[in-house]
Design a protein around this ligand. Structure first.
Ligand SMILES: Cc1cc2nc3c(=O)[nH]c(=O)nc-3n(C[C@H](O)[C@H](O)[C@H](O)COP(=O)(O)O)c2cc1C
Length: 209
């Protein structure tokens, strides 16, 4: 049985482009995997806090030596990591916020990067521990950042998440970039027509897997 982990990070609940496309991904994935299981993690419905000195000390303390406070400090991180471990495939919705990922997504990233759990250092080199996973990043941005465009170098979302997931061992990764969503806010284009190519890209991504 396959498992999909869907992650949403847009604070916009009703008209979010990335949420619409992660939902599309889930529906199409379910049609292809009728017996599959979907885990949904909404980072805007999760109480995420920045890591503290206590959290870092707990993460670096061997599991069998952790105090009950330290175990408690790592509880959410353990849960979020278990979701990544349980899934074979990830669909991760990411709006661009100030050229990077939203702060909720960064807090999640900080909680799932755990020495000994999602990566280790062996022979002086980092090794990711999330093996045989496949990720699709669905990135929505108001502007456009494709290769050759004036602001291409301002896109820190896709290179960042690709590098981060590769660090954790997830090198089988694809990205669907929905650029120029600002036009949707001004009613200049028909939303359905605007999103159609990206809905098709989601379908192509699932049939390729
Ligand atoms: C706080 C905030 C910061 C944003 N920063 C950028 C940005 O740096 N570059 C950009 O192209 N669009 C930016 N946008 C626009 C969003 O990327 C765009 O609306 C996108 O569709 C958001 O995805 P969503 O619809 O899934 O929320 C920003 C929007 C918000 C709310």
């Amino acid at each position: 049985m396959s498992t999909l982990l869907r992650v949403d990070s847009s604070p916009i609940l009703q008209s979010s482009v990335s949420r619409q496309l992660t939902e599309e991904f889930v529906q199409k994935w379910k049609a292809r995997h009728p017996d599959g299981r979907v885990i949904s993690r909404d980072l805007n419905q999760t109480h995420l806090a920045p890591v503290t000195g206590e959290w870092i000390a707990a993460a670096h303390t061997p599991e069998e030596q952790r105090s009950s406070e330290q175990k408690q400090a790592l509880e959410l991180s353990d849960t979020l990591i278990a979701e990544l471990q349980a899934a074979d495939e990830y669909a991760i919705g990411l709006p661009m916020h100030n050229f990077s990922v939203p702060s909720t997504a960064k807090l999640w990233i900080d909680l799932v990067a755990r020495p000994g759990k999602t990566f280790i250092y062996a022979d002086g080199r980092a090794k990711g521990l999330l093996a045989h996973k496949k990720a699709t990043f669905i990135i929505a941005s108001g502007g456009t950042y494709g290769a050759g465009t004036a602001y291409a170098s301002f896109n820190f979302v896709e290179p960042y998440v690709r590098a981060f997931f590769a660090f954790l061992g997830v090198t089988d990764a694809a990205s669907i970039n929905v650029g120029g969503t600002t036009v949707l806010n001004y009613g200049q284009v028909n939303r359905e027509a605007f999103l159609q190519p990206y809905i098709e890209a989601v379908a192509a991504q699932i049939s390729a897997s």
